[in-house]
Design a protein around this ligand. Sequence first.
Ligand SMILES: [Zn+2]
Length: 76
Amino acid sequence: MNTNGHDLPQTLLDKLLLDTSPYLSCDECFERLDRYAERVVADPQHADLPMQVHLNACGACAEEAETLIDLLSGRG
Ligand SMILES: [Zn+2]
């Protein structure tokens, strides 16, 4: 736990944390990963909060996402 300055809007985070499923499971993350990577490659400004929250918290999925994004970017 560290207090770093992520620029996620606090209200959005609060809302998310109150939700029944604040974080995606790794399975859910993995299911969305293809689409997420495609969108991020197409639009670097693309924001998917649940994905980003999970990727921030989960090194394994973050690595997977990075690999996929690299791959998709490379193919242009
Ligand atoms: Zn994960």
